[in-house]
Design a protein around this ligand. Structure first.
Ligand code: UFG
Length: 329
């Protein structure tokens, strides 16, 4: 089966392209390379194009003969989305709408492509009112990034009713780690995520790491997050596609391990894994950070039969460390 993968050259997209390829699918990466890396594409073919140009996405669907889509192409920095919301609505919502219209076969697009796996986010929930967070938690995002993810979910729901599209929305918690063979991993042009920043500090590429907020309502006062290994995420996408292919209906599904680690625990684990000291200094809170984000993983296990292969934080950081030591792109 041919699967069009918008955003397939990015961090999560590229690991999923490889997983799809290894599972016997033919992925076609569709990417504008604004954030992605050509060197990260391991399997299938590549089309350079931009979701915000309708003709690009329509032609990619027609030319590739894709029967399903896995949509990763989005801007993903919460802070940047607050400063420049237009960039987020343009790419994540306008670009997303083009994809849906092309998939529906409307607007002169021709053939319909009925199956869609979407990269959503825990950011759709906003400040959690219950922990662990289950999929029926209200969607009350608190920043433009989270709102664009929610808007795309709403658009999918409408396109499903009108045009019969079937979808799974995978709501990621904190994606982390790298391929265990060390050949691919996380490489963002502007890094804001905790684990890569901590490992760059371990390598001496940064003087140290700031701990954003030490007075949260958590045991050590720092924020708690649910880190999920990139290959466990990638594998869940293949399971979600198989679920849709076997007739499964529209579902939002969280992807997290169901375990939380504090910022201080992450830094400690990185010190153990790297054997390096990693200077850390206390800093003010970063605006918009909830104190805890922990996923319920019941639904992914029950519906998809998903089981994490790398649930342990040190394992996750260990694969990221191997990548950062010999980073290739
Ligand atoms: N943090 C630090 N110092 C840093 C960087 C981060 O203390 O230098 C802290 C943050 O304040 C936060 C935790 O480490 O408490 C994790 O931060 P990340 O930036 O790594 O990840 P987030 O939890 O903020 O973001 C993740 C995804 C987003 C998604 C969000 C859901 O990366 O895409 O979860 O709210 F939107």
């Amino acid at each position: 089966m041919k699967v069009l993968v918008p955003g397939g050259a990015g961090y999560i997209g590229s690991h999923t392209v490889r997983e799809l390829s290894e599972a016997g699918y033919s992925p076609i990466t569709f990417d504008n390379l604004s954030e992605g890396h050509l060197e990260a594409i391991r399997g299938g073919s590549f089309i350079q194009g931009d979701l915000t140009r309708f003709d690009d996405v329509r032609n990619a669907l027609l030319d590739s003969g894709a029967e399903a889509v896995m949509h990763f192409a989005a801007h993903c920095y919460v802070g940047e989305s607050v400063e420049d919301p237009g960039k987020y609505y343009q790419n994540n919502v306008v670009g997303g709408l083009n994809l849906l219209r092309a998939m529906a076969g409307t607007a002169g697009a021709g053939r319909a492509v009925p199956l869609l796996i979407f990269s959503s986010s825990a950011a759709v929930y906003g400040i959690p009112s219950q922990i662990p967070i289950s999929e029926d938690h209200p969607r009350l995002p608190i920043n433009p990034y989270g709102r664009t993810k929610k808007m795309f979910e709403l658009m999918m729901e409408d396109f499903s009713r009108a045009h019969g599209l079937r979808w799974v929305s995978l709501r990621y918690f904190n994606a982390a780690g790298a391929h265990p063979d060390g050949s691919m991993g996380e490489s963002h042009r502007q890094e804001t995520h905790l684990i890569p920043l901590v490992l760059q500090a371990a390598l001496g590429r940064r003087p140290g790491v700031s701990v954003y907020g030490t007075d949260y309502d958590t045991p050590d006062g720092t924020c708690i997050r649910d880190y999920i290994h990139i290959l466990d995420l990638a594998h869940a996408h293949v399971l979600a596609l198989e679920y849709l292919r076997s007739g499964g209906g529209n579902e939002a599904i969280n992807l997290g391990n169901g375990t939380g680690y504090s910022v201080r625990e992450v830094i400690q684990a990185a010190r153990r894994v790297s054997g390096r000291p990693i200077p850390a200094s206390d800093a003010p809170r970063r605006p918009g950070d909830p104190d805890r984000l922990i996923s319920s993983s019941d639904k992914s296990r029950r519906l998809l039969g998903w089981e994490p292969a790398y649930p342990d934080l040190e394992q996750i950081i260990g694969t990221a460390w191997q990548w950062h030591l010999h980073q290739r792109y």
